[in-house]
Design a protein around this ligand. Structure first.
Ligand SMILES: *Cc1c(COP(=O)(O)O)cnc(C)c1O
Length: 591
């Protein structure tokens, strides 16, 4: 990037809304294909071609080609109708233009089709995965030499991977508690035992001379969960009801799926309330922890979110970690803290490098800086990494938190230094394409404030800029603050309006957006039950009445890099103001 202004990264690293970088991109794709052809030609030089020129001119051969050409034409024709997500006019969901290194990396490795499930099928693919996990670890603040992780099909699977590990760990600790209770007739404090930490686990194993292999027979996961429950009742003299997960109400629905899939039961999903900013309320988290202790429910994991799916807020991850650290200091509890940074993880690139960006708020920076200390992190390169689908990642801070096996013999026993991933991933076969796309992005654009961070910083500025202009021109547009990132949400309401009328007006505006070909936006609806304080604050900001149990918001995701361009920004902001001015008169819409 020598010579180029860092804020211009979006011009060099993306194709451009009018395919401005076409000539160079065409040549690079051509070069990738050329390399692929030559690779075949030069490997096994004595092997013979399978077809001759004469054969390739035979009618059946030509017909096959014609069929492929026609099929491809049909596909291309269909793709003309695909949602144009490259354009800055697309501000609908968490997807936009792909970066060029991501596209080229994805395409180049696709031609070799490595399967990262095993080194046997991915000599280079698995090496790239190891390297890219280290790059992401460094960006997130983990020690890249100690961190572990792998690429997943997306954030949902990455979240499941974290639950799988947290449950595995807690299952070991509970198995040991049950073993000691049944065999030695010693009752440990159940809640203490459920969060004992590996050091205490090893000490107890030594003190009671426990053959660790035998713990399989005392495990809810490796034996039978119902039988385990009955034995816990008998051994501890309680009605054991199983573990819980503490997840903020602003969560992604993948967390509800997780309680389902892992057999916790949905009752074990304990929501943590939100504060008036729509973020995890630490007082509520403390209450939930006390409650879990009071009724002997092990806490498998505490989740906080960096970049909520609906509105892009960043939870006070530092304060959550502070509560867990205090619990550790006071009681010795090691409670798993997972951060769902599927969307916001790449904001950490703003904190790295020679000249960290200052567009983030102090509280956002404090939250993101704490990722260093948490047990595990989900991050989605296919969101703010500008990488093609499907590419998520799970990272853990060290090998111990990455482990999913430990009891010896047949039960998933693989040593961690064995490079094959199949036994430590929920998915089996895994493409290396996402790893290569992310790898090339990190190598070229860079996961720091002068690279990807500069691109993302500009999208946050664009989001704020649009907000300022809309606020000046349209008093009835009610922004749903605080907008930590590049997502802008608002409703339509006149001062004093009831929420019902405001929702109707916002819904009507959304319908106009749907009918308007010039912009793609999305809509989100927040329930009063989960978002009571923040909805009250929002409605209070225009002295409205709370006569509905939900809040409808227009949602705009400003992650498209081309909003950094002054002309694009001015033109499109003006168009947005005009469109909203023409159609956003609340009462004309609601009636
Ligand atoms: C997008 C998202 C997910 C799910 O990720 P997928 O890649 O869609 O599976 C989970 N959590 C948060 C906060 C997200 O934004």
């Amino acid at each position: 990037m020598a010579g180029a202004k860092k804020t211009d990264a979006y011009k060099a690293f993306f194709l451009g809304p009018k395919a401005e970088n076409e000539a160079w991109v065409r040549a690079e794709f051509q070069a990738v294909l050329e390399h692929w052809f030559q690779w075949r030609k030069h490997l096994f030089p004595d092997d013979q071609p399978v077809s001759t020129l004469a054969e390739r001119r035979a009618p059946a051969y030509l017909m096959a080609r014609e069929a492929m050409t026609q099929g491809l034409d049909e596909l291309k024709e269909m793709l003309t109708d695909e949602v144009p997500k490259y354009t800055p006019r697309y501000i609908g969901h968490m997807v936009s233009e792909l970066s060029l290194p991501a596209l080229l990396g994805h395409f180049a490795i696709l031609l070799h089709n490595p399967n990262n499930t095993s080194r046997d099928a991915a000599r280079v693919g698995s090496r790239i995965e190891t390297e890219v996990i280290a790059m992401l670890a460094e960006m997130l603040g983990y020690d890249p030499d100690r961190a572990h992780g792998h690429i997943t099909g997306g954030g949902t699977v990455a979240n499941f991977e974290a639950v799988w590990r947290a449950r595995f760990r807690q299952d070991h600790w509970l198995s040991l508690a049950l073993y000691i209770a049944e065999i030695h007739k010693v009752r440990l404090d159940l809640f203490d035992a459920a969060h004992m930490g590996w050091a205490r686990f090893r000490q107890l194993v030594k003190d009671y001379n426990v053959p660790v292999d035998n713990l399989r027979g005392f495990s809810a996961v490796a034996s039978n969960p119902y039988g385990f429950g009955e034995r816990m009742n008998a051994a501890f003299g309680i009605a054991y009801r199983g573990p819980v997960m503490l997840v903020p109400e602003n969560k992604h629905f993948s967390w509800t799926k997780a309680t389902n899939i892992f057999g916790f039961g949905e009752e074990s999903f304990w929501p943590v309330a939100l504060d008036a900013m729509g973020k995890l309320d630490v007082a509520s988290l403390q209450d939930r922890l006390n409650e879990a202790r009071a009724c002997n429910r092990p806490v498998t994991m505490v989740v906080s979110v960096a970049g909520t799916t609906e509105t892009g807020e960043i939870d006070p991850i530092d304060q959550v970690q502070g509560i867990l650290n205090a619990a550790h200091n006071r009681h010795g509890w090691d409670i798993w803290h997972h951060v769902d940074a599927a969307y916001g993880g790449f904001l950490c690139s703003l904190l790295r490098g020679r000249s960290p960006s200052n567009v983030l708020s102090v509280s956002s920076m404090a939250a993101l800086s704490t990722l260093t200390d948490v047990h595990s992190i989900t991050i989605d390169p296919h969101k703010l990494g500008y990488v093609p689908y499907s590419c998520g990642a799970l990272l853990t801070r060290d090998a111990e938190t990455y482990a999913v096996s430990g009891f010896k013999a047949p039960y998933l026993e693989r040593r961690l230094d064995v490079p094959d991933k199949w036994s430590t991933t929920l998915e089996g076969s895994r493409s290396a394409a996402g790893a290569a796309a992310t790898w090339l992005t990190g190598k070229t654009l860079g996961f720091h404030a002068d690279g990807l961070g500069a691109v993302i910083a500009e999208t946050i500025k664009a989001c704020r800029d649009v907000r300022t202009h809309l606020a000046e021109a349209l008093p009835d547009v009610r922004f749903f603050s605080p907008a930590d990132t590049n997502i802008l949400c608002f409703s339509l309401a006149r001062a004093g309006d009831g929420l019902k009328a405001a929702n109707a007006a916002t819904e009507a505006l959304f319908e106009r957006f749907v009918a308007c070909p010039d912009f793609s936006v999305s809509k989100t609806t927040l329930g009063l039950k989960s978002h009571d304080k923040v909805i009250q604050r929002h409605v209070g900001s225009y002295r409205g009445r709370l006569d509905d149990d939900r809040l409808v918001l227009i949602r705009m995701v400003f992650m498209n890099p081309f909003w950094a361009d002054q002309k694009v920004r001015e033109t499109l902001t003006e168009e947005l103001v005009r469109f909203l001015g023409e159609t956003a008169e609340p009462h004309s819409l609601a009636s």
